[in-house]
Design a protein around this ligand. Structure first.
Ligand code: F6P
Length: 364
């Protein structure tokens, strides 16, 4: 049966914001309206906006002036359509309300810009009968099915600059400087920023660390006359001991949102206690998600956004727009929605980092 042509789409941004979201909204909106005659309805504050009809038809000129703007003009939220938080703190399944909203608005497809949670939520709505299409957004770069996500390059650039700045103060004071960056499950930001900034130790969730190895690294540097050290740590990094304990107990490791604080403080406390050296911690936090996107992110957001419009014009839905080998590709949502792209242990960047003497806390 031929699929209904797409004449009107809804567009929303969900999950944590990131630089490049507005550039992607602009790309989808401009290409849809001017090239393909597709109307665009903006949906505010993520999936909640669809359930609660917080929506507005958008005119072409609203997509101007967005390329360099941080955040998202549509607002965002972490609500799940099947688990919407109510004012009294309870949750309800709002899948039906979202489906009704989609029909009331006369939408032919819902375009969702988001990270892993959004891929899952879009699939939930697809299973409820909606046509959906997603774009890969997150500073974490951990979406399965795409080589890279928009927002990531900006976060790495900010984190690398922070390491550069920490270097001079670390050296002046002969201190250990620990920089905690985002990355709850995947260590992509810590890895790339750590390599770019020349961190001495890079700690990522994929490689549990041993505090004794960290100490050996710092002492080794001291013996070579390097009286300071820089540690780039992903918020979700854990010591080997903690990982083994959780495994034995058959429990999940606590994530940042549960333990309220990332790995930086723990790592700094361990290093200070075991080396006796002055240690300071900097938590970069939301600075990584704010402000204008880098040119690389603007370009990526423009490419995946315009490609999404081309797919819509062809009536193709049910996919994530992935970016692989410098090309946009449609990846079936059902294939990628419940997977996460972690740093492979044989990643070439880990190999290169080890070859220049960077330690990952597992071996010297
Ligand atoms: O969007 C991804 C992310 O920035 C993670 O790196 C981080 O752990 C999380 O969001 C923080 O979430 P929130 O914005 O809900 O505090």
């Amino acid at each position: 049966m031929p699929t209904k042509p797409i004449k009107r789409i809804g567009i929303l941004t969900a999950g944590g914001d990131c630089p490049g979201l507005n550039a992607a909204i602009r790309a989808v909106g401009k290409a849809c309206i001017t090239r393909f005659g597709i109307e665009v309805v903006g949906i505010y504050d993520g999936f909640r906006g669809l359930a609660e009809r917080h929506v507005r038809r958008m005119a072409l000129d609203e997509f101007s002036g967005l390329l360099t703007l941080g955040g998202t003009i549509l607002g965002t939220g972490r609500d799940k359509p099947d688990k919407l938080r109510m004012a009294d703190g309870t949750y309800r399944d709002a899948t039906k309300q979202c489906a009704e909203g989609y029909r009331e608005l006369g939408l032919d497809c819902l375009v969702c810009l988001g990270g892993n949670g959004t891929q899952r939520n879009a699939l939930t709505l697809q299973d409820a009968g909606l046509r959906v299409l997603t774009l890969p957004k997150t500073i974490d770069n951990d979406i399965w099915g795409t080589d890279v996500t928009f927002g990531y390059d900006t976060a790495v650039t900010i984190a690398a600059e922070a390491i550069d700045r920490l270097h001079s103060t670390a050296e002046s004071h002969q201190r250990i400087m620990v920089l905690e960056v985002m990355g709850n499950r995947g260590g992509w930001i810590a890895l790339a920023a750590g390599v770019a900034g020349g961190a001495d130790l890079i700690l990522i969730p994929e490689i549990p660390y041993d505090p004794k190895v960290m100490v050996e690294t710092v002492r080794g540097r001291g013996e070579r006359g390097r009286r300071f050290s820089i540690v780039a740590v992903a918020e979700g990094a854990f010591a080997k001991k903690a990982v083994a304990k959780a495994k034995k107990a058959g429990t999940e490791l606590p994530r940042t949102e549960d333990r309220k604080v990332g790995a930086g403080a723990t790592v700094a406390a361990e290093l200070s206690a075991l080396t006796g050296l002055e240690t300071r911690v900097t938590v970069l936090g939301y600075v990584q998600r704010g402000g204008t996107p880098t040119p690389t992110d603007r370009v990526l957001a423009t490419r995946v956004g315009t490609y999404a419009a081309e797919l819509l014009a062809k009536g193709k839905t049910g996919v994530l727009v992935g970016f692989r080998n410098d090309e946009c590709v449609p990846v079936p949502l059902a294939e990628c929605a419940d997977k996460r792209k972690l740093v492979p242990l044989d990643h070439p960047l880990i190999k290169s980092a080890r070859l220049v003497g960077t330690c990952f806390g597992d071996k010297c």
